[in-house]
Structures are given as C-alpha cells and as structure tokens.
Design a protein around this ligand. Structure first.
Ligand SMILES: Cc1cc2nc3c(=O)[nH]c(=O)nc-3n(C[C@H](O)[C@H](O)[C@H](O)COP(=O)(O)O)c2cc1C
Length: 200
C-alpha cells in the first residue's frame, strides 16, 4: 500500500495562496510557495522584501495558507488584479481571514523572521486548519497556468525572450487539456505579459 511519508524531514514546496491582513484588518491575497512537511504542520515562507505579504506578516505575525485548484484566482492574485475579489471568512481564533472557497486552509503564526538575505525567511507553525472541498485533481493546463503566473511575476528579472519561449511551450498543454477556467486564466496572463513586455 502507498502511504504519505511520515518523515518530518521530507519537505517540498507547495504552491498556494497566502492571505494576510495589515493592522487595520485589510486582507492581502498573494500566491506563495512555502516549504512544508508532508502533514503541513510547519511552513517556511520566503517572500521578497518588497512584498505586501512580508510587510503584513512582520506587523501581525499571522496569516492563512490555502491549497486551491482555482487557477484563475491564482493568476489574478499573482499580478494584483482580482476581479471579482474572492469572498473571505473571518477566523476568530487568529483574527485573520481565509478564502471562503478553497480546498484546504492552514492558519499559521510566525515563530521567527530572518531578513538578512534577498528573500526573508519566516518559520511558521500551523495553529488551525480546515478542509472545505476536495481538490479537483491533476490537470496539465492548471499546472501550465501556475507556471505562467510565476513568469508574470518575474518580468524584469527574466529575459523577455525566455518568458516568451516559455509561454509558447506552456500553451501546448493548455490547448490540449484546458477547460474554460484554465483557458481564461492563461489568456489573461498572456495578455498581461504582452502588455508588460511592450512597455518594458
Ligand atoms: C505559484 C506562485 C508562487 C509564488 N511564490 C512566491 C514566494 O514564495 N515568494 C515570493 O516572494 N513571491 C512568490 N510569488 C510571487 C508573488 O505572488 C507576487 O510577487 C505577488 O505580487 C506578491 O504579492 P504581495 O506583494 O501582495 O505579497 C509566487 C507566485 C506564484 C504564481
């Protein structure tokens, strides 16, 4: 029988969405890829120094990591263009908010923060968790959208020709396997990247 590894040292990067709040309670929604153990009891977040997520975590020490299968939300959140804004649910215990619609959520508190490198390193403990609905399953177009969303956040860091070549490659699984949501998300990112590259 195949089972989930119980080795606490076996970690991986899990791509999801982090919701944080500023001290006034305004929510910020951003895709992030923390390092997690297989049971997601601890997260190591590595936000760039310019990110709002880092500013909020520095101020409040609390956030919620979500596992989602909605790649349109992930694509829009990556470039800060949420339309419509997703519904949020208040979590009493952590005074934070979570995405109302997600597969799994993990409220966390920051145990330590190291800002000595180009990316901050935040070591966090999961303090509360929940499961809302099942994960739909693997789909190559969804994974292509995740990769395209990462490219969209690396404009100005990666060479434009590298971004364009990667998008051409990612369009193939989208053409073969996407549903309407994945197609909209990929087209949205492609148009965003085209516009940004045209002005850069
Ligand atoms: C799948 C995915 C994973 C990402 N992981 C990280 C990460 O670990 N650290 C980071 O700083 N940015 C990461 N990004 C980029 C941020 O989401 C992006 O820079 C975003 O604009 C930051 O938003 P914020 O300033 O509201 O925090 C990721 C983007 C995607 C699409």
């Amino acid at each position: 029988m195949v089972s989930v590894s119980t080795d606490a040292t076996d970690t991986l990067v899990l791509e999801g969405i982090v919701v944080t709040c500023n001290p006034a309670g305004d929510a910020n929604i951003a895709p992030m890829g923390p390092i997690v153990d297989r049971h997601v009891t601890r997260l190591t977040l590595r936000p760039y120094s310019t990110s709002q997520t880092l500013a909020n975590l520095r101020d409040t020490g609390r956030g919620v990591f979500h596992i989602v299968d909605n790649v349109e939300l992930l694509a829009q959140a990556a470039v800060g263009q949420l339309d419509p804004k997703p519904r949020l649910t208040l979590l009493d215990a952590s005074h934070c908010q979570r995405l109302s619609d997600c597969c799994r959520w993990f409220a966390f508190s920051v145990d330590s923060l190291d800002e000595s490198g180009p990316r901050a390193i935040l070591s966090c403990s999961v303090i509360e968790r929940g499961e809302i609905r099942p994960f739909l399953g693997f789909n190559r177009a969804k994974h292509a959208v995740v990769e395209a969303a990462i490219l969209a956040t690396r404009i100005g860091i990666l060479a434009p020709e590298e971004i364009v070549a990667e998008l051409v490659r990612l369009a193939i699984p989208v053409e073969k396997t996407a549903g309407a949501e994945e197609r909209r998300a990929f087209d949205f990112l492609r148009q965003y990247i085209d516009r940004q590259l045209a002005v850069s």
